[in-house]
Structure formats: structure tokens, C-alpha cells
Write a protein that binds this ligand. Structure first.
Ligand code: HEC
Ligand code: HEC
Length: 134
């Protein structure tokens, strides 16, 4: 009985250890953000190496998540003109909103960044012809 208990405990802690080390790697290469109303937007982790994962892969119920932004029940309101799009469900909004939200949007961070890197203004905060909407 005692052996069984020890064995169970060992297996449990092994399971926990595996879970603790199972954080995913950031994908290499370009990811296309597809739920846009026109062309998809290219995103590369390599350009964001200095940004902590949790800034973008923010906590959900206290846990960091690597689910896609537009997963069902998350930021899945795609019609920019809908009422839902004005809430945290709004896909366009969580990418572009510049006033402070709970988590920093792409454009909010880029807007801050170009203050000290003005040469990057068009590429990082422009619309058409920027690196986001080439
Ligand atoms: C600047 C924002 C940002 C940072 C920082 C960031 N990511 Fe991501 N990550 C994204 C975006 C955007 C996607 C694409 C999500 C989508 O397709 O909806 C993504 C996708 C992923 C995916 C693929 C998810 C899938 O199901 O396809 C993984 C895994 C991932 N990131 C891991 C990481 C890890 C690990 C780190 C830290 C080392 C990290 N990311 C840092 C924004 C970021
Ligand atoms: C917390 C800050 C931060 C967030 C959030 C962030 N970025 Fe960035 N992004 C950066 C920085 C810093 C760079 C690198 C700028 C450089 O090369 O000088 C960058 C570069 C880029 C570039 C390349 C621009 C260029 O000219 O080098 C694209 C495209 C881009 N980001 C898209 C996105 C998208 C899409 C999101 C949201 C899913 C996002 N970023 C979120 C900070 C951020």
C-alpha cells in the first residue's frame, strides 16, 4: 500500500513537472492574421523578441494562454460596425485601440515605440503601405 502511494505521488509530481515545462515555443516565420476585412496582416515573433510573451498572450482566468486571438468566445466579433466590436470581443479593436485597455494592443505599443523611433512611424503606425498593411 505504502509503495503504491509513493508510486502514485512520484507519477503525479512527474506529471506536474512535465506540465510546468510544456510552455510552447514561439513559432518562427510569418503568421497571417486572417480575420481582417481586407488583406491579412503579417506578424512575426522574431520582430517581438524583446516583448514578454504574456504581453500579447495575456492571462485568461489567471493563466497565460496561447490560443488564437479569434478563438470562439474570445476576440471573435469581426464586423467592425457591430456593437460587440466595441467590446473586448472586437478583433479590430484589440489590434488598433490606442486608449489604454487591460492588455496593450498592437497599435498602442507601436504608437509608443515610434515616439523614440520616428523613422519607423510610417512602417509601424501607418495604414496602407505600412508593414502591417503592405
Ligand atoms: C507582440 C505580441 C506577441 C508576443 C510578444 C508573443 N506572441 Fe505569440 N503570437 C502572437 C500573435 C498575434 C499570434 C497569432 C495569433 C492568431 O493567429 O490569432 C501568436 C501565435 C503564437 C503561437 C501559435 C498559436 C497557434 O495556435 O497557432 C504560439 C505557440 C506562440 N505565439 C507562442 C509565443 C511565445 C512562447 C512567446 C514568448 C516567447 C510569444 N508567443 C510572444 C503575438 C505575440
Ligand atoms: C508591446 C509592444 C508591441 C506589441 C504589443 C506589438 N508590437 Fe509589433 N513591434 C514592436 C517592436 C518593438 C517592433 C520592432 C521595431 C523595429 O524593428 O525597430 C515591432 C515590429 C512589428 C512589425 C514590423 C515593422 C517594422 O517595420 O519593423 C510588424 C508588422 C508588427 N510589429 C506587427 C504587430 C502586430 C500585428 C501586433 C499585434 C498582434 C504587434 N505588432 C504587437 C512592438 C510591439
Amino acid at each position: 500500500m505504502k509503495n503504491l502511494l509513493i508510486c502514485t505521488l512520484t507519477l503525479c509530481s512527474f506529471g506536474l513537472a512535465v506540465a510546468a515545462y510544456a510552455a510552447p515555443e514561439a513559432p518562427t516565420g510569418k503568421i497571417l492574421l486572417e480575420h481582417t476585412q481586407k488583406k491579412s496582416v503579417p506578424f512575426e515573433h522574431s520582430e517581438h523578441k524583446d516583448v514578454p510573451c504574456v504581453t500579447c498572450h495575456h492571462l485568461v482566468d489567471g493563466k497565460e494562454t496561447f490560443a488564437k486571438c479569434a478563438s470562439a468566445g474570445c476576440h471573435d466579433a469581426f464586423d467592425r460596425k457591430s456593437d460587440e466590436a466595441k467590446t473586448a470581443k472586437g478583433y479590430f479593436r484589440i489590434i488598433h485601440e490606442k486608449s489604454p485597455l487591460k492588455n496593450k494592443t498592437c497599435l498602442a505599443c507601436h504608437t509608443e515605440y515610434v515616439q523614440s523611433h520616428p523613422d519607423k512611424k510610417k512602417d509601424m503606425t501607418g495604414c496602407k503601405g505600412s508593414d502591417c498593411h503592405p
